[in-house]
Design a protein around this ligand. Sequence first.
Ligand SMILES: [Zn+2]
Length: 367
Amino acid sequence: MSIVTEWEIRTRGQRVRSAQLREVDAAVLVWARMGQGQKDVNMQTVWTKFSAWKTAVPAEYGIIRAAADELENELARQWRNKPAQMAGVGASGVTPTGWRLVMYAGADLVAANQQVPPMTTAQISKINEAMRRVKLGVSSARDAMLRVAKRRQFAFPMPEEEAAFTDFFGPYDEDRLNRVVSNFQALVLAFNGTPTFTDVRNRQVWANTYGGCVRRNLVSRSGQAALGGGVAAKAAAVGQAVAAPKAQAAVSLTGNVDMLVGRAFIGSGSYAKTTDDTICTLVHEFAHGTINAVDVPDVDGNGVFQCTRQSDDPADPNFGNSTDPFGHQSSQEPMDIIMARHHPEYALVNADCYGQFTKRILIGKAE
Ligand SMILES: [Zn+2]
């Protein structure tokens, strides 16, 4: 008995069917009649409709759960038998633009029946759109910082760029200002350098996370190479007093950023509502992966850190890094502002301050 026949028979008792469930029915019917379709598009449609229904109408799913889970498992099983992981992408002409999609190839995957299928064209389009906006955002942020560096109008009336700098990186300081300029120059290069997005939605440790970037320092300033570790990386680490990091200093990158994409990154719900947060989070993550930024602990209203830092020595690459990053990190706009006011030297190395600054500039800018 095929899965389709089972679906019909086993869900027949559900007489009142939501619009989403009827779309699943229709997709299953096409799949049954027409087969997999070119590049598995028919099966992929079933998956897409099924996922949308399961999310949108959980009560209905609960009623016919046994059959639904069986359909889901069957889809997952068939996906695993299809090495053509990019199914559907070529067919619709939607391909990653400005980034490279890599399937995680390790063995530490979640159980077979828990795995999700390859990214759909809709999901790839969503990342394309996020990349388009984040490139605009981060280059706007860099331009804003260049204006600040030239103008330095920190007295009243303070322009919005200077106000944003003050909010997220603290009161005016020439050295700190130059470092922020330089760091945004590096971030622009990182986003324009065809970063890799590694799909880790089925990898055990990452599956249910947003994803993120592993901390790395790719920046080379004024010809000083930033290696993976050791003295050179330490010398070029973000926020450090190396070789007069003027805003004019040449910035280059020594590699590409690798962004790990978990399930929460793809997420669900209203894209329009979350897109600004996506931009903020992408810049936050790329700050980890590009300029070796850290997650500084959260603070209370008086600016008191809520946990210890790995190091409080600004010359240490782990300066400011929270010792409990999952429980304690400053990753909300109001907290970043309080932190920058009380601990500007920590704001300089806090990944989230770069994300929030970009979001502020992007929202303030008419697209
Ligand atoms: Zn972080």
